[in-house]
Design a protein around this ligand. Sequence first.
Ligand SMILES: NC(=O)c1ccc[n+]([C@@H]2O[C@H](COP(=O)([O-])OP(=O)(O)OC[C@H]3O[C@@H](n4cnc5c(N)ncnc54)[C@H](OP(=O)(O)O)[C@@H]3O)[C@@H](O)[C@H]2O)c1
Length: 378
Amino acid sequence: MLYKNLGSTNLKISVIGQGATHVGSYAWYDDDKAKERIRGWRIGIEMGMNFIDTADLYGGGLSEELVGQAIKGIREKVVVATKFNPQGNDTSSAILAAAEGSLRRLDTDHIDLYQIHFPNPLIPIEPVVAALTQLVSDGKVRYVGVSNFSIDDLREMQNFFPPGIVSNQVEYNLIDRSPENETLPYCQQKSISVLAYSPLGQGKLSLDSYALQCLKVLAEKYQKSFFQLALRWLVSKSQVIAITKAANMQHIKENAESTDFVIDPDDLAIIDKFAMPEVVYIPIDRISINSPDGRPTYASIEEALKNAADLIPSPELLAQDLVKRKSAKPIQLISYNDPQGRYLYKLDPYDFLGQLRKYWAWVIAYGREKPIPALAKE
Ligand SMILES: NC(=O)c1ccc[n+]([C@@H]2O[C@H](COP(=O)([O-])OP(=O)(O)OC[C@H]3O[C@@H](n4cnc5c(N)ncnc54)[C@H](OP(=O)(O)O)[C@@H]3O)[C@@H](O)[C@H]2O)c1
């Protein structure tokens, strides 16, 4: 395993971290599944992946509790990162209480990296900074990071928070390379870690056939799997750490072994050049939003604003963020032909709720007239 410093600190973290999502919840608790995830994380830690990422939102707190069980007796070997939900915790006292809740569930006296899960443009920065400053001075939090922040938001936090922000956790993989526009260069310049979430595109790196062919040939050359190559490419970039989620033991092993080879600079350049998906602009009325398997959906702006399914962050909050940052991450769509032969699109069913949020945030922010930036797969 390779290690990098967390931001400009002396703390060494494995370049491949272990994500603690998809653990179920208290209402949908599966003891066998929980035990298997704990076993998986411990095997990952033994194989060198000392960095674990969780959040108070994952499984409504269950994820933190399971991580707490996984690190029992080996706490000093592990760098524990968690996040608080700034939509539900929007005052200093609420953030302090959220941190106490995380510490209790993690069964630890300190959090190594405490992250703001996403920007909340509706709350002032002062109470957030006050709470984080107190947590650091009390020794309950070692370092503070952010997640899903634009560089403007990150810069603002840097200015207000003297201990400094050490990381920004953003989606970054072969099919979503948007961090390369601003986030990555800024963070590299300022020695801030870029924690790449969904580094394997949630297990579905659908590239166009030419790029796919290039990557398969390269994977064969290095005798690695396509996903190991994708991880190695990511972490070959300065400041980048990849946070994978793997429940399958073979995947855990492959991820831990994804840094025991080096990709030649010429091959890195090939991947950089050919795995660059094209962003297209799709009219809103060409997109259908039927739920793939009965998951909640919204049929109108009013319903999206009401957010009865309690999507977090809410479409409204995301819309505010969209307007503030003046740029949008592309929505992921699947294209299909309707019975009349018209070219239409539906939200990627694999990450339906994530895409649903982005869709409604766009419509709330810009109405139905403005085409939405998208990555469209067949
Ligand atoms: N800050 C945020 O807003 C945010 C948002 C999303 C995610 N995250 C963090 O990022 C972590 C990872 O995100 P993710 O689950 O979206 O993405 P991911 O790691 O890109 O994808 C996970 C999927 O890839 C599969 N997989 C893992 N290793 C593999 C391998 N070596 N070969 C083939 N398939 C493999 C997994 O299958 P198995 O599970 O069956 O092994 C799972 O289906 C989360 O756990 C969380 O910590 C943060």
